[in-house]
Ligand binder design. Structure first.
Ligand code: B16
Ligand code: MG
Length: 217
């Protein structure tokens, strides 16, 4: 039985993954590093610092720590620029309805995100009150695929990992759920998110999925 659902933020509840993409693409362009959609998939769910390290490795560029901090904060400034227009219309399809339906059946709601900007996003959308526990990138030492963010959330929710369902749009996040011993639903492309127990294109689709109802009655 399902006792808790732990949601990723960017790309699951809110349409901000596109803003991360646009901001990283600007970094890659400026640094003259080729940046493909596959590269972008690798950055999803991964911390800002490690995302930059990935890009630099791909571009075969060494960079001292102070320069790295500069580029990471430049990326974040661009990201925050995109976020400035954020409002309720950026909630992804089915998010509110699915969370409401879980709450009605007594399932506890958690947030497990790598983002250090989660506070601003929740506030903008007025959805802080959705969560019984929230863990973000400011509260963990290790980024996804490390299970820390999800285990910490489960601990705060006081629910054993095997009774927590994770909802994730990234391969790193699905691996993190696996590493935490939690079942996981992928939100996005079936080819990309193969390691999930079930993949749907969004939470709207999940609400009417018979495979979901059978797996998590
Ligand atoms: P920030 P999630 C992740 O959020 C994003 O998917 C990833 O692209 C981003 O680099 C990471 O947060 C860190 O975000 O720069 O805002 O601290 O998908 O785990 O909710
Ligand atoms: Mg995500």
């Amino acid at each position: 039985v399902l006792k808790a659902a732990i949601f990723d933020l960017d790309g699951v509840l809110v349409d901000t993954a596109q803003y991360h993409y646009l901001a990283w693409r600007r970094v890659a362009e400026r640094l003259d590093i080729p940046f493909t959609i596959e590269d972008n998939e690798r950055l999803k769910g991964v911390s800002r610092a490690q995302s930059l390290d990935y890009l630099l490795l791909k571009g075969n560029k060494a960079m001292p720590a102070d320069k790295k901090r500069e580029w990471a904060s430049r990326k974040n400034a661009w990201y925050l620029e995109y976020l400035s227009g954020l409002n309720e219309s950026h909630l992804l399809p089915g998010a509110r309805l699915y969370v409401d339906s879980l709450k009605k059946t007594g399932v506890r709601i958690g947030l497990g995100t790598s983002s250090r900007n989660a506070g601003i996003i929740l506030e903008r959308l007025g959805i802080q009150k959705w969560f019984d526990a929230a863990v973000d990138g400011n509260m963990v030492a290790h980024t996804k695929p490390d299970p820390e963010v999800f285990l910490k959330c489960a601990h705060l929710l006081q629910v054993q990992p095997e009774f927590c369902l994770v909802l994730e749009d990234s391969t790193a996040g699905i691996q993190a759920a696996r590493n935490a011993g939690m079942p996981c639903i992928g939100i996005g492309d079936k080819q990309v998110l193969q390691e999930a127990d079930l993949v749907v294109s969004d939470l709207q689709e999940l609400l009417s999925s018979t495979a979901y109802k059978e797996a998590f009655p």
